[in-house]
Design a protein around this ligand. Structure first.
Ligand code: HEC
Length: 151
């Protein structure tokens, strides 16, 4: 009996591997990228690339385990939702008011340790930001002229 259940479970795990996630990324204009537009200092640009771009841009890097269902479905969902909320590859397409709001959200999420997602940090320790790094990123975002005007 146990052996049958075990075999059935293995069969299910094998079958679901045929349902991978969609890793196709649309072509995006490099000129519409957040970093290209706002030219942060290299240190902040690196933080954004290492800690945010996997979920909030089309420059997602997919490690091997993103091929393993059902884990891949869960990760794929985060990427999809992350891009929907904030797509740094399509930054120039945001109307001014939306961009301003997203900039505020960005520093608030970092200030309150909401981003990067904690589950992401389990496997991407390099994406964790130190207190100094958070301060630097927050201060830089607040220094973008239009953001300052809002306050
Ligand atoms: C593992 C994927 C992942 C990473 C890495 C990540 N995010 Fe997110 N982010 C999400 C998801 C999913 C949401 C939407 C659900 C939520 O708010 O929790 C989100 C939401 C947001 C929002 C909210 C947008 C809004 O208008 O409410 C902001 C801002 C944001 N992230 C900024 C960042 C920043 C800045 C970083 C890097 C320091 C980052 N995120 C890293 C997945 C991620």
């Amino acid at each position: 009996m146990m052996k049958k259940i075990g075999l059935a479970l293995i069969a299910v795990l094998v079958i679901i591997q045929f349902f991978g996630i969609d890793k196709e990324t649309p072509m995006s204009d490099p000129k519409s990228d957040f970093i290209a537009i706002h030219t942060p200092p290299t240190s902040v640009a690196n933080m954004l690339k290492t800690s945010c771009y996997d979920c909030h841009s089309y420059e997602t890097k997919y490690p091997w385990y993103t091929n393993v269902a059902p884990l891949s479905w869960w990760i794929g969902h985060h990427i999809e939702e992350g891009r929907e909320e904030l797509n740094l590859s399509e930054w120039s397409k945001y109307p001014q008011a939306k961009a301003l709001h997203k900039l505020e959200e960005m520093y608030e999420e970092v200030e309150h340790d909401e981003m990067p997602l904690s589950s992401y940090l389990w496997v991407h320790s390099e994406a964790a930001l130190t207190d100094e790094q958070k301060e630097e990123m927050v201060a830089w975002i607040k220094s973008i002229p239009s953001v300052e005007d809002e306050h």
